[in-house]
Ligand binder design. Structure first.
Ligand SMILES: Nc1ncnc2c1ncn2[C@@H]1O[C@H](COP(=O)(O)OP(=O)(O)OP(=O)(O)O)[C@@H](O)[C@H]1O
Length: 237
């Protein structure tokens, strides 16, 4: 029998990671672990490096030093502002793209792929919009389509950059429910959020400040009022 080690409880680990953009170092020696089958909220002021951390975790942004270890497939749901309005695709086609990693080079969808896509459209309450062009949707509707595309990938590690930003209260609640449903299926969920109530409801929290990891652990402790007051004293939220 294989010994159970601490590593078995982690879906991903960043070790002393520094990363950024040309002439713009953002993350500084960040060490963090992401518990498997749990929801981790990444919180911090604007510009503190949350999206950069997600990019590193997804493997789309290289590190300048340190290491990233991940197990399994990863799906990244970017902010809707990162997606062009001009994409000539329907909502259904956008979510179908989420299956491409599984369908092979010809991208022919099986009946099961179609069922998964239909299920993801339903879960995000965008099934009725399926034949509309993505560019013709409201910002909040488009945001939900991007989350549906992320779910359709059925990855072990689901990363989302402010998935509930700009959504109405009902849609926000739905996103949180969907993330917890994914978690109960064993998916490791990591999401960036500015909503402290949503973050406090997570299993684990990371607090970033100026590209450094300010705190990590149970949300009740990491997001305690005194910790936040100290962090936001000199920052704009
Ligand atoms: N593509 C890029 N090229 C150069 N600099 C970038 C790029 N993307 C982000 N930055 C810079 O990196 C820093 C961290 O940005 P990042 O988007 O990771 O922060 P964030 O915590 O997600 O912010 P927000 O809460 O505003 O979304 C910022 O100073 C930003 O200007």
């Amino acid at each position: 029998m294989r010994a159970i080690t601490d590593e078995d409880h982690r879906a991903a680990v960043l070790h002393e990671v520094s990363a950024g953009y040309r002439r713009n170092p953002v993350l500084h020696r960040v060490t963090a672990a992401f518990p498997i089958g749990a929801r981790t909220a990444v919180v911090g002021p604007n510009g503190s490096g949350k999206s950069t951390l997600l990019g590193v975790l997804a493997g789309v942004l290289p590190v300048t030093s340190g290491s990233v270890r991940r197990r399994g497939e990863v799906a990244l749901v970017v902010q809707r502002s990162a997606v062009s309005d001009a994409l000539p695709m329907t909502v259904r086609a956008t979510v179908e793209m989420g299956r491409w990693a599984r369908t092979g080079p010809w991208r022919r969808l099986s009946r099961q792929d179609r069922r998964i896509v239909a299920d993801c459209l339903e879960r995000l309450d965008v099934a009725e919009l399926a034949d509309r062009p993505l560019g013709a949707l409201s910002g909040g509707q488009r945001q939900r389509v991007l989350v549906a595309q992320g779910l359709a990938q059925q990855a072990e590690l689901l990363l989302l950059d402010e998935p509930a930003a700009g959504l109405d209260v009902t849609a926000q609640r739905r996103i949180t429910e969907v993330l917890d449903e994914e978690k109960s299926r064993g998916t490791t969920v990591v999401h960036v959020t500015h909503d402290l109530a949503e973050a406090r409801d997570a299993d684990h929290a990371l607090l970033l400040r100026d590209g450094h990891l300010h705190a990590a652990g149970p949300p009740g402790r990491v997001l305690a009022p005194e910790s936040l007051r100290e962090l936001w004293e000199n920052s704009l939220v």
